[in-house]
Design a protein around this ligand. Structure first.
Ligand code: 2IT
Length: 445
């Protein structure tokens, strides 16, 4: 495989799609050796087929705001790969959403879903609609308009969306409500639903819980555990919340959270009711963390800064793509960070990842660390198909087992001759092999 040639031909076809090209390049570099040992993959043009989405749907979403003004946004669904199962992946509502971002997310989702051990293909969708400052009624009208276009392409065995940045239980509820009105069937197409209408227990906290189970596994490999460790988290949404809860439960101290306005450093630890404060800040719709210090004066607010300048044992980016760059990585390494677990999708830039791997700092990529979210979505699909609802203990046990098995796959494919576990390589190869074998078995399509 000639990686540079594949990337330049993709660049020519999809100019300017930098996040998508970044995600593809990372996977190609990881799998090149294994790929070259499988001439049958090359012959079937597996890579050339895998890097292009099966289908991209783009549509106009028109809705009316509270002032009676007509608004138009762009809507997308990138159905990336269905070799393993129905398309599965979240919907992102954020002003920054574009096709490059959704293609990168759909591509990553394909491998992540393969890692979960569950039969799910990869997809991602969203809109450049910004929920920030919107009223509940506006959110509802937007969600309804979005689904009015997309519903025809969805189904429990076809394409099952969920939440992502800007899409939580409320938005899923409004989208699923509209979907159900149109198809008139209660099939559970959508995960992250409310508990009263087919949602799974533990789904809201699953991404963060799963991430910490993964971190715990990485520490165990070093004969260590989370007790007494300091953890820097970025973001203050659903994922950061679940991560903070589980980190605290496992004996660690979470000392930072962040928003677009800057970050909070709380030397006493962000635990107990302070974790609920995060949710209140988020629910305010303001997208800022500064008010935290008014409530907890021991904490400090660093406007316009990122938490990676703090000296901590473990760093967990939980906000968005490319939020931790090469400079941040150098700072963390200089401060002797023991581990970086990416909870956001592609949270670290390629420069940051290179710096971690070069310095033999334990680093694990989002597609492994955050897979507990979509894995629990898979468990929600199973519960819906069986028309039952499992207890929190049952779901948590399955989630834990899945995270252990993802960790095992990373160790299997990522252990290097000097004993360093390259989790990025391990996750990419394990995910790739499963999708490649599935595609091979199903013929040239
Ligand atoms: O990035 C992700 O894995 C998600 N946003 C969750 C996707 C899902 O289908 O639960």
């Amino acid at each position: 495989m000639d990686i540079n040639q594949i990337i330049s031909s993709l660049e020519a076809k999809h100019p300017g799609e930098k996040e998508y090209l970044q995600a593809v390049r990372e996977v190609l570099i990881s799998v090149a050796d294994v790929y070259n040992q499988h001439p049958e993959f090359e012959k079937a043009k597996i890579i050339e087929r895998m890097v292009e989405p099966d289908r991209i749907l783009t549509f106009r979403v028109t809705w009316v705001d509270d002032r009676g003004e007509v608004q138009t946004n762009l809507g997308y669904r990138v159905q990336f790969n269905k070799a393993i199962g129905p398309y599965k992946g979240g919907i992102r509502f954020h002003a920054s959403v574009n096709l490059s971002i959704l293609k990168f997310l759909g591509f990553e989702q394909t491998f992540k879903n393969a890692l979960t051990t569950l039969p799910m293909g990869g997809a991602k969708g969203g809109s450049d609609f910004s929920p920030r400052g919107k009223s509940d009624a506006e959110i509802m009208r937007f969600c309804q308009a979005f689904i009015l276009e997309l519903w025809k392409n969805l189904g429990p065995d076809r394409d099952v969306p969920a939440g992502d940045i800007g899409v939580g239980a409320r938005e899923v509820g409004y989208m699923y409500g509209m979907y159900k009105k149109l198809v008139d069937e209660h099939t559970g197409t959508f995960t992250g639903k409310g508990l009263d209408f087919g949602g799974s227990r533990i789904r809201p906290e699953a991404t963060g819980f799963g991430a910490l189970y993964f971190v715990d596994n990485m520490l165990k490999m070093k004969g260590d555990d989370l007790k007494g460790k300091t953890v820097a988290i970025s973001g203050f949404g659903n994922v950061a919340w679940g991560a903070a809860l589980k980190a605290t439960e496992l004996g660690a101290k979470v000392v930072t959270i962040s928003g677009p306005d800057g970050y909070i450093y709380d030397p006493d630890g962000i635990c107990g009711e302070k974790i609920d404060t995060m949710l209140e800040l988020r629910a305010s719709g303001e997208d800022i963390v500064e008010p935290y210090v008014e409530k907890y004066p021991n904490a400090q607010f660093f406007p316009g800064k990122k938490p990676w300048e703090q000296k901590v044992d473990i760093a967990c980016p939980c906000a968005t793509q490319n939020e931790l760059n090469g400079e941040d990585a150098k700072q963390l390494i200089a401060n002797n960070v023991q581990m970086v677990a990416e909870v956001s999708n592609m949270g670290c830039t390629p420069e940051a990842i290179d710096a971690f791997i070069e310095s033999r700092t334990t680093y694990a990529p989002g597609k492994a660390v955050n897979a507990g979210g979509v894995a629990t979505s898979g468990l929600e699909m199973s519960q819906n198909a069986m028309h039952i609802q499992w207890s929190a203990e049952e779901v948590d046990e399955k989630l834990h087992f899945i995270m252990d098995s993802i960790h095992e796959q990373c160790v299997k494919y990522g252990t290097e001759p000097d004993g360093y576990i390259n989790y990025m390589k391990g996750a990419n190869i394990a995910g790739f092999m499963k999708v490649a074998h599935a595609m091979m078995a199903q013929g040239i399509l």
